[in-house]
Ligand binder design. Structure first.
Ligand code: ZN
Length: 381
C-alpha cells in the first residue's frame, strides 16, 4: 500500500468514526411530524395563582452544580457545601443538578430533596433540567441535535421523571424559538438564567399553546464566586416545601422566576386574580414598572410606580403574563391562559414512520459507502 493510500485510508477511518459518534443519537431518534400552532383558546381562564388559602411563597433554586464526574463537569464544591451556601442566602429548596448524575446526599434526611439532574453534553448546550427523576438517560448527539432528537429525548424523559425544563434556551441557541414552538412534552422553560434570559423563546412556546411555565435558575458552578451566587431563582407558591408538594406546584405553574442579587427580595406578590377578563396583581409595595405581556411577547400595557395594576384581556389575547420590575429585582410571573372545558392538554408531535425509515436507510447507505471506500483503499494497488 502506498503512503498516499495509507493516509487516505486513515483519514476515511477517522471520518467514519466521527460520523458514527456525531449521528448515533440522530440515527436512534425518529423523524416527527410537528403539529401546527394551537394557541390557548376558550372563554374561561386558567390562573395558576388561584390557590386555596394556606399556601405561601418559598424561595427555591433547582439548578446548581457540585463536584461530579471527578471534577470534569466544572463543579467546584461538594454538594453539601453548595446546599449550605444557598441555605445561607435564604433558599428553602436548594437543588443540585449535575450532568447525568442524581446527587443523593440529601435523600432521606431532607424533605425538600428532589432527585434532579441536568441532561445534555452536546456542544450547542441543548440542556434540560430533569426534576423528580427516577433514572438517568444518556442518549445525545455531541455535536448538535436535530429537532427530532430533541423531541425524542423529551419523550424518553417523560416516563422517567416528574417534570422536564428546557434550560437556558438562549445559551448558544441550544433550543431556538422554532424549537420551542414545535417541540412538545416539556413542562418548564428556564426563562431566567445566569447564562441569559430567554423571553422570546418562552413567548414562542406560550404563543403556540404550550403550557410551559417559567423558572429562574442560578446554574451556579462555583459558590466562591459570590457575584454569581443567588442571582436567579424561583418563588414557589405551595402549602409546604415537601418535594412532592413543590413538584405539584411547579406542574400547575404556581411560581415565578426572579432575577436579582443574593436572593434578596425587595418586593413580593400578594395576589394575582382573574375576574372575568380582568387580570389584576397586588404587590407588597410599589414597583417601578408592572408590564403586561401577551402573544408573541407583545407588550399590552405598562403601569409605573404602582403596587396594584390590572389589564382587561382582549379576545385576541390567548395568554397574558406579568413582569414586575423593582429597584433590585425583576419578577417574571407565569401567564393566565385561555382554557376551555375539560383538561388543558398540549398537542404533542407524532412520529412520521416513513420519514424515520428513509433517514435510517439513508444513514445505512452512507455507512456502507464508507466501509466500501475503506476496503477499496485497503486493496493492493
Ligand atoms: Zn446547562
Amino acid at each position: 500500500m502506498t503512503v498516499v493510500r495509507r493516509v487516505a485510508r486513515a483519514a476515511l477511518a477517522v471520518a467514519a468514526s466521527l460520523l458514527v459518534v456525531a449521528t448515533w443519537g440522530d440515527a436512534c431518534a425518529p423523524v416527527y411530524a410537528f403539529p401546527d400552532a394551537h394557541p390557548f383558546s376558550g372563554s374561561t381562564w386558567y390562573n395558576p395563582y388561584d390557590v386555596s388559602p394556606g399556601s405561601g411563597w418559598h424561595v427555591a433554586n433547582f439548578h446548581a452544580h457540585s463536584i461530579a464526574w471527578g471534577g470534569l463537569t466544572n463543579g467546584h464544591q461538594p454538594p453539601a457545601e453548595v446546599r449550605a451556601a444557598y441555605r445561607r442566602l435564604g433558599a428553602e429548596i436548594a437543588g443540585i443538578s449535575n450532568y447525568h448524575l442524581i446527587d443523593t446526599t440529601g435523600a432521606g434526611a431532607d424533605s425538600t430533596w428532589i432527585p434532579t439532574y441536568e441532561y445534555g453534553y452536546s456542544v450547542p448546550k441543548s440542556h434540560r433540567l430533569v426534576l423528580g427523576a427516577r433514572e438517568v438517560q444518556y442518549l445525545e448527539a455531541p455535536v448538535g441535535e436535530r429537532r427530532g432528537l430533541k423531541q425524542y429525548i423529551l419523550d424518553r424523559l417523560r416516563p422517567t421523571a416528574a417534570l422536564t425544563a428546557i434550560n437556558h434556551p438562549v445559551m448558544r441557541h441550544g433550543h431556538t424559538e422554532d424549537d420551542l414552538r414545535a417541540l412538545g412534552n416539556y413542562d418548564l422553560v428556564e426563562a431566567i438564567s445566569s447564562y441569559g434570559d430567554s423571553p422570546a423563546e418562552w413567548d414562542a412556546a406560550l404563543s403556540t399553546g404550550h403550557h410551559a411555565w417559567a423558572i429562574g435558575s442560578d446554574d451556579n458552578h462555583d459558590i466562591t464566586r459570590t457575584d454569581l451566587l443567588g442571582r436567579c431563582w424561583t418563588m414557589v407558591l405551595a402549602p409546604s416545601t415537601r418535594a412532592s408538594v413543590v413538584l405539584g406546584a411547579l406542574k400547575q405553574g404556581r411560581m415565578y422566576a426572579v432575577r436579582g442579587a443574593a436572593m434578596r427580595m425587595d418586593n413580593g406578590v400578594r395576589a394575582v386574580t382573574m375576574a372575568g377578563d380582568t387580570l389584576a396583581i397586588v404587590l407588597d409595595r410599589a414597583a417601578r414598572r408592572v408590564r403586561f405581556v401577551g402573544d408573541n411577547g407583545r407588550e399590552l400595557a405598562v403601569a409605573s410606580d404602582v403596587a396594584e395594576a390590572r389589564y382587561v384581556a382582549r379576545p385576541a389575547d390567548s395568554y397574558v403574563r406579568i413582569v414586575v420590575e423593582n429597584a433590585a429585582t425583576s419578577f417574571w410571573l407565569n401567564p393566565v391562559v385561555r382554557a376551555g372545558a375539560g383538561l388543558m392538554l398540549d398537542i404533542e408531535p407524532v412520529e412520521d414512520a416513513g420519514a424515520t425509515w428513509a433517514l435510517r436507510i439513508g444513514l445505512l447507505v452512507l455507512a456502507f459507502l464508507l466501509v466500501a471506500g475503506l476496503r477499496r483503499l485497503g486493496r493492493p494497488a
